[in-house]
Design a protein around this ligand. Structure first.
Ligand SMILES: Cc1cc2nc3c(=O)[nH]c(=O)nc-3n(C[C@H](O)[C@H](O)[C@H](O)COP(=O)(O)OP(=O)(O)OC[C@H]3O[C@@H](n4cnc5c(N)ncnc54)[C@H](O)[C@@H]3O)c2cc1C
Length: 356
C-alpha cells in the first residue's frame, strides 16, 4: 500500500472508490454526484431494476405506481436536477379531496392545491431510471449486500459480501468508503447491529418507518364507451377511513393507459396491525373499504396486493445524512429528514457533496 494513498492529506483529494448500497433515488443522486466529482463508484442494488420505493408495476391493464404516488418540489437543488431528466416529469391534476369518515359516514372536501403534484412517465420509476442510465457500467443489479467487512488485503479499506441471482455469492473489495442508501432496517443489519460501526448504528436506532399495505385494482369494463366514467369525480383522496389512507386513480396521471384503475394505500396503523395477514384477506378488506368510500361496487378484473415493510417515516434521524470520516461509512435516505421523494434526493446529494 503506498504511503501517499494512506496519507489523509492526499487521500481526501484523490479519486476514491465508493460502494453505494441501494439504487433508490437517494443512492442514484449520491452516485451521479460522486461520478461528476471524478470518483469511482459501484452501486449495489438488490432488485433487478433501480428506483426502490419509486416503483412501478406493469400489468396487462396498465402500469400502477405501487410506491410513491407523486412528488413535490420545494428545494432549488431538486428543481435543477429535474431539468436533467429529459422532460419525463409532468404535472398531475390530482383534483385532490379529503375523505372524512366519522362514524362510518363518508364526506368529501376539496383540498386546496397549494403545490404542484409531479409524476414521472410512464411510471414513477422512470425518473431514477433516466438518471441511472449513463452510469450502467457502475451498477450491480440483482445483488444484495449481505455483509460489510474490512478488506482482507488492506485493512484501511472495505469489502462487501453479496448474494446474487441463484444464490451466487461474491466478494467485492477495495472500497475507500461505503455509503448505505437503504431503509433503516437494512442499514441496521449491514452495520451488524453495531459490530461494524457502533456510532452509526446508535444514530439509526431511534428512526422509525411505518409499513404500508397497497392494493392495485383495475376495471377494464369501465373503459367501454357506455361505461366511460366509474365512481367519484376526484382523482386522489386522503382519507380518515380506518382502513384506507390514500386512493389514486392511476388512469388520471399523465402518460398512463386510460384503463380505469386505482391504487389504494392502507393507513400506517391498519398496515401495522395486519402486517402478517395474507394478501387475499387484505385485498377483501381494502376492497370493501374502497367501495364504501367511492360507491364503486363492481368487482375489479385485476387485483394485486403488496406490503411495504417500510414506507413512511414516523421518527426521522433529524440530520440530512450520516457520515463517519474515521471509518469511511455513511448513510442517506428519506428517513434522515422526512418521508418524501425530495427528502431522499437531498439526503443522497448532500452526503455526496460532503464526502466528494
Ligand atoms: C407506499 C408508498 C407510498 C409513498 N408515497 C409517496 C408520495 O406520494 N410522495 C413522496 O414524495 N414519497 C412517497 N413515498 C416515499 C418515497 O417513495 C421515498 O421517500 C423514496 O422513494 C425513498 O428513496 P430512498 O432512495 O431513500 O430509498 P428506497 O427507494 O427504499 O431505496 C433503497 C434501495 O435499496 C435497496 N436495498 C435495500 N437493502 C439492500 C441490500 N442489502 N443490498 C442491496 N440493495 C438493497 C432496495 O431494493 C431499494 O431499491 C412513498 C413510499 C411508499 C412505500
Amino acid at each position: 500500500m503506498s504511503q501517499r494513498r494512506n496519507d489523509p492529506r492526499t487521500r481526501n483529494r484523490s479519486p476514491r472508490h465508493f460502494a453505494i448500497v441501494g439504487a433508490g433515488i437517494a443512492g442514484v443522486a449520491c452516485a451521479r454526484t460522486l461520478l461528476q466529482a471524478g470518483h469511482r463508484v459501484t452501486v449495489f442494488e438488490r432488485a433487478k431494476t433501480v428506483g426502490g420505493r419509486m416503483a412501478s408495476e406493469a400489468t396487462p391493464f396498465g402500469r400502477f405506481d405501487s410506491g410513491a404516488q407523486y412528488f413535490t418540489v420545494r428545494d432549488e437543488r431538486f428543481a435543477k436536477a429535474l431539468e436533467t431528466a429529459g422532460g419525463i416529469c409532468k404535472r398531475w391534476s390530482a383534483n385532490l379531496v379529503r375523505v372524512l369518515d366519522p362514524h362510518g359516514r363518508v364526506a368529501e372536501a376539496a383540498l386546496p392545491s397549494l403545490e404542484a403534484h409531479w409524476v414521472a412517465q410512464p411510471g414513477m420509476d422512470a425518473l431514477v431510471t433516466v438518471w441511472a442510465a449513463p452510469m450502467a457500467e457502475h451498477l450491480v443489479l440483482d445483488t444484495q449486500v449481505r455483509r460489510i467487512e474490512r478488506d482482507a488485503l488492506d485493512a484501511s479499506r472495505w469489502q462487501l459480501r453479496t448474494e446474487g441471482e441463484g444464490d451466487s455469492s461474491h466478494v467485492y473489495s477495495g472500497f475507500d468508503a461505503v455509503l448505505l442508501a437503504v431503509p433503516p432496517s437494512a442499514a441496521r443489519l449491514l452495520l451488524g447491529e453495531g459490530s461494524v460501526s457502533t456510532a452509526l448504528a446508535e444514530r439509526i436506532e431511534p428512526v422509525r418507518v411505518a409499513p404500508c399495505w397497497t392494493l392495485m385494482i383495475a376495471f377494464p369494463q369501465a373503459s367501454q364507451p357506455t361505461l366511460s366514467y366509474l365512481g367519484p369525480q376526484w382523482n386522489a383522496a386522503r382519507s380518515t377511513h380506518h382502513r384506507i389512507a390514500w386512493m389514486a386513480r392511476e388512469s388520471s396521471k399523465p402518460g398512463r393507459d386510460r384503463i380505469e384503475r386505482w391504487t389504494l394505500q392502507a393507513s400506517a396503523e391498519w398496515s401495522a396491525e395486519h402486517l402478517r395477514d395474507d394478501p387475499q384477506r387484505v385485498e377483501a378488506k381494502l376492497l370493501r373499504a374502497f367501495s364504501e368510500i367511492t360507491g364503486i361496487r363492481a368487482t375489479p378484473s385485476f387485483a394485486l396486493a403488496r406490503c411495504w415493510g417500510e414506507a413512511k417515516t414516523q421518527v426521522p434521524l433529524g440530520a440530512p445524512f450520516l457520515w463517519d470520516a474515521k471509518t469511511g461509512l455513511g448513510a442517506a435516505g428519506d428517513w434522515c429528514t422526512g418521508h418524501r421523494v425530495e427528502d431522499a434526493f437531498l439526503s443522497g446529494l448532500q452526503l455526496a457533496l460532503k464526502v466528494a
